[in-house]
Write a protein that binds this ligand. Structure first.
Ligand code: ADP
Ligand code: MG
Length: 364
């Protein structure tokens, strides 16, 4: 099978060799690769008694804390296309999406395991770039790689398990939202989904993001390199400001739906309050007919969605303002019998075309 590795095959003629052929994984082997990874990712934490190299990692559990453990998988052609994803950004994203889950619990990330299913003809250069991305994020958040698994696979598969810590009394769950609570969201909505829509409409040619239009570049970058809201999550948890929280990976509607289900509650969302970036406002109407829909149901924003008791709302907004972080009230928790409704300014209900992402359902 001929595969399109983007440009990653071309670079890598081994030093001194006349061959144009890139070094492939099959020449390095599973154990060669593991020892290369081990050399590359230094451990920075005295609580790790043993990391890569034994049957299981040995870590000292944090004192007076609970462990937060989360995992996420990225599969070629399901979550990313090799021909328009570069390995550096994929490496960053593999960690960022897990960081987002730790952020949503109000925790601090610490260790990760990285498992990879790799095709035989993968150029080694691709793996080097991928680890470059992993390292960048690991350094930014002071994370240590403590193990993983490596196997041959038909489709490239990346799985990260991230372990973090939190204080038992600070951890924020999806359950806990109560009627009267305000609903708030960090950052802006819909950028990643619009970025993907733009890429698809240009047949995946990501060079359009370098064509000089800064709006397009910003939106596409948000699709490839989501930001994780660790600082925001910590600020909220430390000050006990949220009654429930989740990160938005499958779209506002779908993820708010999870809070409502776990909390046995209903919600009103005011469409005109949804925070949109300037780039989104300018570009969305060119790419979709009902331009608010991607902010309502587009996936991969990785913003935090939370509910806060009304008497804590002002404090929360004040703390975010002081810290230079963005958060916006967008609605209110109500009785469960009300369900989930999106409201226009004149009080009419708005029904978006699709509700959110579900891997096993066709988009509506
Ligand atoms: P086992 O046969 O017990 O699964 P492996 O030979 O797969 O052990 O792994 C040897 C060591 O290398 C283990 O400590 C494992 O955690 C680590 N390891 C394997 N693959 C990776 C990877 N992709 N990233 C980080 N560590 C890895
Ligand atoms: Mg193994």
């Amino acid at each position: 099978m001929r595969r399109n590795w983007g440009n990653w095959g071309e670079f890598d003629a081994p030093r001194g060799s006349k061959s144009k052929k890139p070094v492939e994984l099959k020449e390095i082997g599973e154990f060669g690769l593991i020892s290369w990874i081990r050399g590359k990712m230094d451990l920075r934490d005295s609580n790790i008694a043993s990391g890569i190299g034994d049957d299981a990692a040995v870590i000292t559990p944090p004192k007076r804390c609970v462990s937060l453990v989360t995992t996420d998988i990225l599969i070629e052609d399901t979550h990313f296309r090799l021909d328009y994803t570069d390995p550096l950004r994929l490496g960053k994203k593999a960690l960022s999406i897990n960081l987002s889950d730790i952020a949503a619990m109000g925790g601090t990330p610490q260790y990760f395991l990285l498992s990879m299913g790799l095709p035989l003809h993968l150029p080694f250069r691709w793996i080097e770039e991928f680890f470059h991305g992993v390292q960048q994020v690991a350094e930014e958040y002071n994370l240590s790689l403590i193990g993983g698994d490596t196997s041959l696979a038909r489709k490239l598969t990346i799985n990260v398990t991230l372990i973090g810590r939190g204080k038992a009394g600070e951890v924020i769950y999806r359950k806990g939202a109560q009627a009267g609570d305000q609903i708030m969201v960090t950052g802006t909505l819909g950028n990643a989904a619009l970025g993907l829509r733009i890429l698809k409409s240009h047949k995946g040619d990501s060079s359009i993001s370098r064509a000089g239009d800064s709006d397009l570049a910003e939106l596409i970058e948000k699709h490839f390199s989501p930001t994780s809201r660790i600082a925001e999550g910590r600020l909220i948890a430390k000050n006990h400001l949220a009654s429930a929280m989740i990160d938005i990976s499958d779209g506002l509607m779908a993820d708010l739906g999870h809070i409502l289900e776990e909390s046995h509650a209903g919600a009103k969302i005011w469409i005109s309050q949804l925070p949109l970036s300037e780039a989104y406002r300018r570009k969305a109407p060119q790419y979709i007919s009902r331009d608010i829909d991607l902010a309502i149901s587009g996936g991969e924003d990785y913003e935090l969605l939370l509910t806060t008791p009304r008497k804590k709302g002002e404090k929360l907004l004040g703390l975010f303002r002081q810290s230079g972080l963005k958060i916006t009230p967008i609605g209110e928790i109500v009785d469960p019998r009300y369900g989930l409704r999106l409201l226009l300014d004149d009080g009419r209900e708005y029904t978006p075309r699709r509700k959110g992402h579900d891997h096993f359902k066709k988009p509506r």
